[in-house]
Design a binder for this molecule. Sequence first.
Ligand SMILES: Cc1cc2nc3c(=O)[nH]c(=O)nc-3n(C[C@H](O)[C@H](O)[C@H](O)COP(=O)(O)O)c2cc1C
Length: 233
Amino acid sequence: MASIKMLGISASPRENVNSQFLLEVAVEAAIAVAPQGISRELFSFAGKEISACDSCDQCAELGYCWVEDDFQELRDKWIWADAIIYSVPVYHMGVPAQLKAFIDRLGHSVQESFNDRALKVMGVITQGSGFASGQESVMLYLNSHAVMLGCIPMGGLWPVGYIGVGARVGYSGTMREAYEEGDEHTVEAVDATKELSKQIILVTTILKSGGEQNREMLKKSGGFEFFLKRLDS
Ligand SMILES: Cc1cc2nc3c(=O)[nH]c(=O)nc-3n(C[C@H](O)[C@H](O)[C@H](O)COP(=O)(O)O)c2cc1C
């Protein structure tokens, strides 16, 4: 069974703070659950320059975006991956401009090759300083991005899963510190992140090597009863 190629993206311009922390949790959880192993790539927006699309439309002729900056590094990793986890801080009720710039350029310049189904499995972890302060907008936006590029957006499991992980920092320090101190909300966000990551790996496994072949693993993991019943009917 081929290993799953997983890309983890931290969309914060800050190094090693909350987005990075939850991304690390997600990657560790993915490694723990992948029966066939994980090859992983990580990308952090910290210290990277990705300029906005200026609508020159040269990609329509060239088939790629000719503007050279850190875009190419992330694009190549994105194309390589079977499964992608975005860990994103909420900025002004939405995604940080750097991530938006990447997605605009990716969607515009690789669209031709993604007219077929890319079928990457994608999940969104997002966190912000407040309650209902943009987390859902970030998840909806990135889930739409997944659908637009022929990918499969994944949520976790009820009650914290829904359409991704939407956490609130709500603590004077970092989420890592809050977690170490046992802060209830942060512990819940970490559990939700692990669950989302697990679901991403299981669905990627089904896509890569079939439900039938992985019947026992899916039975054990729970959450696939409807699917397993359908396999039998
Ligand atoms: C420019 C800017 C805009 C922000 N806007 C929001 C917002 O709309 N909602 C929110 O909950 N938090 C907002 N925040 C707070 C960040 O989401 C929060 O500090 C987050 O933990 C940062 O993630 P990081 O540690 O990965 O950088 C904003 C922060 C910045 C710098």
